[in-house]
Design a protein around this ligand. Structure first.
Ligand SMILES: [Zn+2]
Length: 212
């Protein structure tokens, strides 16, 4: 219903950039040319550290206002197409990884239900269309985890690493875990941990944006 209303609105109204709310110029993709330019100026120069990853890759700095607006728009305005387009742009801007597949970070079932899509998965599909690599949903998030507050510190650290599951063996596979944003890196670290313990031979991680 939401998508139907969206497409009816799109047919009736001129296209507005979801980030700056200005009229979009022709030929721009999901956002306007000016916002695209801003994004390119927001490139993150340094990488970030994820202890369990063989390699980390990032494209944008989350400290930039336009990048923050972009990530917010994807999640809260349900802009799956924008996530896909940014995934394509990411893939054009960083080196193609030497991996067998791209693995999106899963959303909790509750978030996915209300958002209607997983932004990490849409970004991975965008990158996949440029790199010609398959997207594999290897990481699952069990519905019920133990409440973190009730656990002791060491148990909490272990529980944080064990919060995801990989139900199939991935023996010898080289995998790239993808997410929209990384802050502390603990989500990507937990995903990497799951894939290593399931037999992967290489696990690298990538985020569209990194920062506080
Ligand atoms: Zn704009």
């Amino acid at each position: 219903m939401y998508q139907l209303t969206q497409s009816m609105m799109a047919a009736l109204l001129p296209e507005i950039c979801p980030l700056c709310k200005q009229l979009k110029q022709q030929h721009a993709e999901s956002i306007c040319h000016a916002c695209w330019h801003e994004l390119h100026l927001s490139r993150q120069v340094e990488g970030f550290i994820v202890n369990l990853a063989s390699e980390t890759t990032v494209w944008l700095s989350y400290d930039s206002a336009v990048v923050k607006a972009c990530m917010h728009a994807i999640k809260f305005n349900h802009l799956e197409q924008l996530a896909f387009t940014l995934g394509r742009c990411f893939a054009h801007n960083v080196n193609k990884p030497a991996v067998d597949a791209l693995v999106p970070v899963p959303l909790s079932w509750r978030r996915q239900y209300f958002r209607g899509f997983n932004q990490a998965e849409a970004i991975a599909r965008g990158a996949s269309s440029v790199w010609d690599l398959p997207v594999k949903h290897l990481i699952h998030r069990p519905k019920h985890g133990k409440a973190q507050a009730k656990l002791a510190m060491t148990a909490r650290l272990q529980s944080s690493l064990d919060r995801y599951q990989c139900p199939e063996a991935v023996d010898g596979q080289r995998l790239l875990v993808m997410d929209d944003t990384a802050t502390s890196g603990s989500t990507l670290n937990a995903c990497a941990h799951t894939l290593w313990t399931s037999g992967a031979s290489w696990v690298s991680v990538a985020a569209l944006a990194h920062g506080a």
